[in-house]
Design a protein around this ligand. Structure first.
Ligand SMILES: NC(=O)c1ccc[n+]([C@@H]2O[C@H](COP(=O)([O-])OP(=O)(O)OC[C@H]3O[C@@H](n4cnc5c(N)ncnc54)[C@H](OP(=O)(O)O)[C@@H]3O)[C@@H](O)[C@H]2O)c1
Length: 215
């Protein structure tokens, strides 16, 4: 497993993954295009992660994580440089959350059930190997989730089998059971799990749960 991971995005997800993966021995670069955020990122990662632009982060490693606001995900990939993503595994943590308030706890999405955000991203960069990952759990639980010894399920999907194997190995290392739902279109089912996951949080302030596929 490659020990370098570039994270495109410096929000709560980017920082949580940077700190969590660094504990597992990964060398991390966090990407932001806002130079004013460098000091805050350095502080939040205790100086343990390199910081670069989206483009520098995309060049940094063959394993990338996309963790930007869903509405700007396509723009972020363009800024990272389409050619810098070719042949790389991109774990896609984004969700297509639309602007606007939730309705009784249900977040609005800008996609339909017939098209996911990850399909748009895969269409924009056909040479990259997108794997949906981390999208249906809160950032605080993404690395080493503690459910009293029970491993939660991370639903993944994507077109490239090697990229999914790489993702599965990483997930196992950080305390998850990967559940491969198939090709990129399965993101139409995985992305809305974010809506479901957020309902107890928005309605009742409960954010410490995860999904488990019982078999
Ligand atoms: N928060 C969670 O617990 C959670 C859990 C699962 C999935 N997700 C998904 O993960 C993604 C990241 O979420 P987040 O909570 O970490 O933070 P976020 O606020 O959704 O995203 C932060 C990142 O988005 C970038 N960004 C924001 N506006 C931009 C714009 N106009 N143009 C270019 N880049 C822009 C920022 O780039 P700069 O650094 O350059 O400003 C920043 O790095 C989202 O898609 C979210 O739905 C979140």
């Amino acid at each position: 497993m490659e020990k370098k991971i570039g994270i495109i995005g410096s929000g709560n997800v980017g920082i949580a993954l940077a700190n969590g993966l660094q504990r597992h021995g990964y060398q991390i670069m966090v990407g932001t295009n806002d130079a004013a955020k460098h000091d805050t990122i350095r502080e939040k990662t205790k100086g343990n992660a390199a910081i670069g632009s989206f483009e520098e982060t995309a060049r940094f490693s063959d394993l990338l994580i996309l963790a930007v606001k869903g509405t700007v995900a396509e723009e972020a990939l363009t800024r990272a440089g389409i050619s810098n993503l070719a042949g790389k595994t991109v774990l896609d943590a984004t969700n297509p959350i639309a602007e606007g308030p939730p309705t009784n706890g249900v977040l609005p999405f800008f996609t339909s059930l017939d098209e996911s955000l990850m399909e748009r991203l895969q269409g924009l960069v056909p040479q990259a190997h997108f794997v949906k990952c981390f999208s249906c759990v809160g950032n605080a639980l993404m690395v080493d989730p503690d459910f009293g010894g029970q491993k939660p399920s991370m639903f993944i999907c994507g077109n490239n089998e090697e990229a999914k194997k790489q993702t599965t190995a990483l997930l196992e290392e950080i305390g998850w059971e990967a559940e491969d739902m198939g090709k990129v279109e399965a993101a139409r089912a995985i992305e809305p799990l974010c809506m479901l996951w957020c309902i107890p949080g928005i309605n009742s302030g409960k954010w410490r749960h995860a999904f488990k596929l019982l078999k």
